[in-house]
Design a protein around this ligand. Sequence first.
Ligand code: MG
Length: 370
Amino acid sequence: MKITAFNVYQVDLPLKEGRYSWADGKYVDVFDCTVVEIETDEGVSGYGEVCPLGPFYLPAYGPGVRTGISELAPHLIGADPSEIGKINLIMDAALLGHPYVKSGIDMACWDLLGKRAGLPVCDLLGGRHGESVALYRAISQQAPEAMAKNIAGYRDEGYTKFQLKVGGDADDDIARIHATRKILDRGEILIADANTGWLMHEAARVADAVAKLDVYIEQPCKSYEESLTIRRRTARPFILDENIDGLQALLRAHGDGAMDAINLKISKVGGLTKARQIRDLCVSLGIAMTIEDSWGGDIITAAIAHLAHSTPERFRFSSTDFNSYVTVQTATGAPKRKNGYMKAGTAPGLGIVPDFDSLGAPTARYSQSN
Ligand code: MG
């Protein structure tokens, strides 16, 4: 099997709720999503998707995905997409860093490998664990009462895990956490995710004020060192996300006892191949994971489901069904949430078929002839 061409599509994904707001007053109304199609000499195509959370969440931005693919495509045409280890070596040799750019290509190669093998990606990543994957709902930053009301609504849809977007004013955040924990029952999970938004003194105040509550603290401060300081001052279960951007960061944080769980985002670490490596290491080290991505549509939701469903159940802290947050469909066949859970598909590859009506014409095509 040889790669003969890349087609790149850009699609806007508006939010059902209108706006997604998190720390430091950051928000996104419409997500800039890229779908990459890899054509092969065997007539079968593979698909991947990359959707940064705006240009100011991680070092990633929508147009950067497409520019990065223009850089990588000439190096990959003629390569065998089912040799995913080699594909990753080629990408890392041709372009230093920029993991999010590589994520969609790596995802499309897994889709092709699955189609070639006649197996769902979940089976190739380790096998299906359990019946389904539990999901969390991200609760956009608003006034405390509005966030509690949103939680009540999503709970009626079957969710039992809620990730509050905090990282704003410390007093407001304390009120947000109290107002939302109050309406939740035992067994329901509440995560206060500051998304790097607090300074250390603010994080320390919030952690103290919620010390008696059943709540997880996620990524309180911007740097690893600041967050580690807070970790050492609170007994709340602790999750690192933005600082865990690869294997080296995970190993260092594990050595420091810096967290109880991590948030593993596929594009943050460069695709399913590297996410699987980190996932497997976390399982060996006893670290639970939220398995997801920065944002996404149907193709990313399918990829998340395959990675999550192939992870032993005890280590799956939660996952996300991004396709239920947005109004535009990028593909059919992706998992659909049922009562707060989703399942990886059983069709070969990612199990999706792109919705070309939504995607429109490619914004770029790279092939042997150009
Ligand atoms: Mg997070």
